[in-house]
Ligand binder design. Structure first.
Ligand SMILES: Cc1cc2nc3c(=O)[nH]c(=O)nc-3n(C[C@H](O)[C@H](O)[C@H](O)COP(=O)(O)OP(=O)(O)OC[C@H]3O[C@@H](n4cnc5c(N)ncnc54)[C@H](O)[C@@H]3O)c2cc1C
Length: 514
């Protein structure tokens, strides 16, 4: 008999969430994590002697407050600010504007640039407030089961009910939402605002992790989902969440093994889950496995090809997850400013045309030399991450393709690093001379380090067809066609980002299946 009721593959924030919720019910849970560190993409690391990141990611506004409460994470050291963090939009002419949680303060700041945009910002926020409840209701509840091969009357009713939630918006807002959702984000924001760099900065989240430019259809949906999901921010960044999750997992008697990479998921002769085999050959038995690694890693790498039905194999292979993000970490020997200000979170972009031009080469497997950047200076709020008086600058470099014709090598990464420094120099003249250490992670590096298929930051693109029935209809309710196998990572509903949401909803699906 197996010692474990369930094995969770991956100790990222979703794997830890699933494991803890199950552990709290008395199940015997084992988490197996390939790396020495827990946290997956949220793990803080030393990238240069004496300089640390707080995780790969910057924005923690999507972490679900109800899950924080359910897991009592604040009792275990998590510090949450119930407001989003300030984000400064930088323009290459030296101007900037800071988006703050307080709409009035933001509108006042925008008014210094454009009175019209200030009015437009208030109206934009009013619209976001109206739709947030409905959008969050759709995203924070398990998706309807729309497995076309197994469509029951009950699942149809759920589907219709989900659609009817939109009616709660009232006719005017519902019609506006239906009108704007399919739009490209450039058209959507051009209808409202007039200042190029403000529009570009507001639009940027729509393009994070997207194989899309601002003129790509449906990019508005990503922006609306991002804005509606943003509710708070985690002090000490993603690593702060991982520390608290690790403590609650231990309290729930979850066993955690690091440096334990699953090489194979094992099936019994009936085709149901039997356990996992680690690299090195060790077999660990359990009748249930929850995989928080990417759906492609789960199905295409961890099973024998002949174990899967052709249809499942085929559709998982078709899930799109073309990585377009690189990461650059900089160790800086002074307190850094951008456009003459001390900022913690900042974005560049300048205009839709510049952002679209950065996306164009991606389609031809080439790399722009003018990427747009998402900048985080974690040492602003957490100076311990670097020596006294020094800074860490973490940069997400957007529109950098995984599929790169010239290939990712030491030389191509060096070129990318130089282009990022050249771009940063515009906003922080003299920055180059202050760099004492630098780490460049291409999308291919992200794949190798985290088993992140094609280096895609969300375990699969957020696009309309890959949102609700994520990753594919047959696995969209966390259970899969393989008896005992569940998905619990960002490849499942409601998708990527640091949220704890897929992990929590998967745990509840697993409990229901008992
Ligand atoms: C560069 C970058 C920037 C990002 N920026 C943001 C942002 O600003 N805001 C935001 O909300 N989100 C951002 N994201 C996305 C966010 O980080 C992820 O969606 C989220 O952290 C994923 O959490 P997870 O637990 O689902 O998966 P992961 O964090 O990927 O965890 C999966 C774990 O499984 C392990 N694993 C994989 N295969 C195996 C195996 N075979 N055996 C054992 N272990 C295995 C991995 O090592 C990893 O620890 C960013 C991601 C990246 C890469």
């Amino acid at each position: 008999m197996s010692k474990y009721d369930i094995i969770v593959i991956g100790g990222g924030h979703n794997g830890l969430t699933t494991a803890t919720i199950l552990g709290k019910t008395g199940m015997n849970v084992l988490v197996v994590e390939k790396r020495t560190l827990l946290g997956g993409m949220a793990a803080g690391e030393e990238f240069h002697p004496g300089y640390f990141t707080t995780g790969l990611l910057h924005d923690t506004s999507g972490v679900r407050l109800d899950i924080i409460k359910e897991l009592e994470l604040e009792k275990h050291g998590l510090k949450v600010d119930k407001n989003r963090a300030n984000v400064t939009i930088l323009c290459n002419d030296g101007k900037s504007v800071t988006i703050q949680p307080d709409v009035n303060a933001t509108a006042t700041a925008i008014a210094n640039i454009s009175k019209n945009d200030s009015v437009a910002y208030r109206a934009y926020h009013e619209f976001l407030n109206k739709i947030s409840k409905v959008i969050n209701n759709l995203m924070d509840n398990p998706p309807p089961n729309i497995n076309v091969d197994n469509l029951t009357m009950a699942s149809l009713v759920v589907l219709i009910k989900k659609g009817l939630i939109l009616k709660g918006l009232g006719n005017k807002t519902m019609m506006e939402l239906l009108k704007v959702a399919p739009m490209c984000v450039a058209d959507f924001l051009n209808e409202k605002f007039e200042t190029d760099f403000i529009k570009a900065g507001l639009a940027a989240p729509a393009l994070y992790g997207s194989y899309a430019g601002p003129w790509s259809a449906y990019s508005t949906i990503n922006l609306l989902l991002w804005e509606c999901a943003s509710r708070c921010h985690i002090k000490r960044g993603p690593q702060g969440l991982i520390d608290a999750l690790q403590k609650v997992a231990q309290q729930a008697n979850v066993e955690i093994r690091t440096e334990a990479e699953v090489e194979k998921i094992l099936l019994n002769p009936e085709g149901a889950i039997r356990g996992v085999q680690l690299k090195g050959g060790e077999e660990i038995l359990a009748a249930k496995v929850a995989a928080s690694c990417t759906p492609k890693e789960t199905f295409l790498n961890l099973f024998d090809p002949f174990d899967l039905e052709y249809e499942l194999d085929y559709w998982i292979d078709k899930v799109r997850g073309r990585g377009t993000t690189a990461k650059v970490n900089l160790a800086i020997n002074k307190i850094i400013e951008f456009n003459g200000q001390l900022v913690e979170f900042a974005r560049t972009g300048n205009s839709f045309d510049e952002m679209e031009k950065a996306f164009d080469p991606v389609k031809y497997m080439e790399v722009t030399d003018s990427p747009f950047l998402d900048i985080h200076v974690p040492t602003r709020s957490n100076p311990d991450l670097a020596p006294d008086g020094h800074s860490v600058v973490s940069v997400l470099v957007h529109q950098i393709p995984y599929e790169f014709k010239a290939g990712w090598s030491v030389d191509t990464k060096k070129k990318l690093g130089k282009d990022v420094l050249k771009t940063l120099e515009i906003y922080s003249p003299g920055l180059n001379e202050t760099v004492v250490g630098m780490e460049v992670l291409s999308p291919a590096d992200l794949e190798n380090r985290y088993n992140l298929t094609q280096g895609h930051i969300y375990h699969g693109e957020h696009f309309v067809d890959q949102l609700i029935t994520r990753p594919i209809p047959a696995c969209s309710s966390y259970a899969t066609p393989i008896n005992g196998l569940f998905l619990c990572g960002s490849g499942s509903h409601p998708g990527g980002g640091i949220t704890c949401a897929p992990g929590s909803m998967a745990a509840k699906a697993i409990l229901k299946s008992k």
